[in-house]
Design a protein around this ligand. Sequence first.
Ligand code: PGA
Length: 251
Amino acid sequence: MSRPRPLVVGNWKMHLVPSRTGPYLRELLPRLSGLRDREIAVAPAFTSLPSAAAALGGSTIRLAAQDLFWEDEGAYTGEVSASMLRDLGVAYVLAGHSERRQLGETDGMVARKVAAALRAGLSPIACVGERQEARDAGGAVPVVREQILKAFEEAPAAAAPGLAVAYEPIWAIGTGRAATPGDVAAMHAAIRAELVRRFGDPAGRVIRILYGGSVTAANVDPLMATPEVDGLLVGGASLKPDDFARIAAFR
Ligand code: PGA
């Protein structure tokens, strides 16, 4: 089966207020023109999604959200549903980013978020990754395998083409210490095996496995040259148009 089209997502985290979003994207978009063999998305904060949608209008750059709530509608003060995101033109949504897990998000909550995204026609990107201690103890693969099994607990096999996984080792996020292409290849192969076990073959092979954690313009090419890597989730470097454009133009 052919390799899925690579996906590069810029995770803005809690940066770029709505009034900065349009100007930022107007700087970024011309730098991305001509990249047709890959998909590129930006994930602004909820409040910046409308201005991002307006600035992206007509471009091929997709809109992603950083989180969602697992219920479809109701008395849930402060929460944002998948259909609300969908109504703004959002295509992808992160679920279970480690910065959210740090704030108390559990595997069960991530599973419900993945299911809610699928119900609304969004493509969830389930984020997984081990802590430094787990890696040091040789237990990285079992930790990540368990996170994937749980995240996709409620996802039917027919949903596989709409799913993605982002492998983001916690020790690599925002530290400037990206995982090596060799370590990423090994973990992605283990994730692929788990996805094929869970969804079957070929369904388990079409799910994109992204790498995230200190991706920069300087380390992107060897990471993307790794056949097991189907794309990237980029944090800090996605806030600088030149850097993000160079990353998206990986060779
Ligand atoms: P980073 O963040 O690129 O700044 O390490 C990645 C992420 O958290 O998605």
